[in-house]
Design a protein around this ligand. Structure first.
Ligand code: AOF
Ligand code: ZN
Length: 363
């Protein structure tokens, strides 16, 4: 299973599908074949391992399959893996984590009922950690939301005159590009889009040129129109304008597009709306050692009347929680408890979606 986890980690960390690895073994434990999933539309890990074996003219009859995620039972972009393992005559299947995707789950039971020796839970925690954001998104039917902001030590994201370029130093801004590259979509409100004219693309570390990898989907939420010359309309990455400020409705649009992870980049009003709705899963704050004393805060009114109602966060486990980035400090934390009950979007008010500057996404 450790080997299968290593293989799984080679898969892409973004995109609609999880990272999955598979090792096929002889009954006495010799490796016959390996496989991992390379992204939506390509072979699942089990199918990749079976194909590797078949390419050598060998079969899997009587062998053991070690898989990091429960084999799927559905025909999605590719065929069902549980059935493929059965058809190949696999005698034993060892699974780390169960599949939270209701359409695909049930593989362990299906295999057991067909007489296969099935074991679930080996290194389950490590397997789950590999796809934590994906699993949360699939189980809840809405993307994982990371809220990123940059502020001074006194929590201000702009000066009194509205100027906000640049609060943090170049290394922190380069770090944000790495953060963007780790998400399927980047989201801002129309207020930020109009005030800052951001590109929201992933660019090279020096701030010039494109990063080379797939660009996250650019998403703007809100009612106001984007000017024709907005950098968001430059065609470097796909742009979706969701004409609502309801965070649930925004996430419903993105979920329908199989977006699993969203980086919310502001502004204060949109961030507050997400936080109040209990729709922030992780906070990444870049804090510059500077003071402004006046000017808008990183987040607008959260409806907190007294200190007892503060939205408390827990620092991320491990040394990644607080990191020096250039002259700034990056803090990563997660809300301690949900403040609002999640609800489904109101179907009587479907958000209007405008898609502009569609470019091919190599994902
Ligand atoms: C993967 N790779 O190795 C395994 C997956 O619709 P599809 O064909 O893209 O299938 C995606 C679902 O299949 C996914 O949500 C998960 O539940 C299941 N297992 N998926 O992409 C794999 N084993
Ligand atoms: Zn599968």
């Amino acid at each position: 299973m450790r080997r299968a986890l290593q293989l799984a980690a080679r898969g892409p960390a973004t995109g609609p599908n999880p990272r999955v690895g598979c090792v096929l073994l002889t009954p006495d434990g010799h490796v016959l074949a390996e496989g991992h999933h390379r992204g939506a539309g390509t072979a699942h890990a089990e199918a990749a391992a079976l194909a590797e074996l078949a390419a050598r003219g060998a079969g899997a009859a009587g062998c053991t399959a070690v898989v990091t995620l429960e084999p799927c039972t559905h025909t999605g972009r590719t065929g069902p893996c549980a059935q493929a393992l059965l058809a190949a005559g696999v005698a034993r299947v060892v699974i780390a984590d169960t599949d939270p995707n209701p359409t695909a789950a049930g593989g362990a039971d299906l295999l057991r009922r067909a007489g296969v020796d099935v074991e679930v839970g080996l290194l389950a925690e490590a397997a789950h950690a590999l796809n934590e954001r994906w699993a949360a998104a699939v189980a809840r039917g809405r993307p994982w939301v990371t809220w990123k902001f940059a502020a001074t030590l006194d929590g201000r994201s702009a000066a009194a005159d509205g100027t906000s370029r640049w609060i943090t130093s170049a290394p922190a801004r380069a770090d944000v590009h790495r953060l963007r590259a780790g998400h399927d979509a980047v989201l801002v409100g129309t207020g930020t889009a109009l005030a800052d004219d951001p590109a929201l693309t992933v660019r090279a570390a020096d701030g010039t040129g494109e990063g080379g990898g797939p660009q996250p989907l650019r998403v703007v939420a809100g009612l106001r129109e984007l000017p024709a010359g907005a950098r968001l309309r430059d065609g470097r990455a796909e742009l979706v304008h969701v004409r609502t400020r309801d965070p649930h409705a925004v996430l419903a649009v993105l979920a329908a597009r199989e977006v699993r992870t969203v980086l919310l980049e502001g502004g204060p009003a949109l961030a507050a709306a997400f936080a109040r709705a209990g729709l922030v899963d992780e906070v990444v704050a870049y804090l510059a050692p500077a003071l402004l004393g006046a000017g808008p805060a990183a987040v607008a009114d959260l409806g907190v009347g007294g200190i007892a109602d503060a939205l408390r966060l827990d620092l991320a486990p491990g040394p990644e929680a607080v990191v020096r980035v250039g002259e700034d400090v990056r803090v990563t934390a997660r809300p301690r408890a949900r403040r609002a009950v999640e609800r489904a979007p109101d179907p009587s008010h479907p958000p209007v979606v405008e898609e502009v500057a569609r470019v091919h996404r190599d994902r």
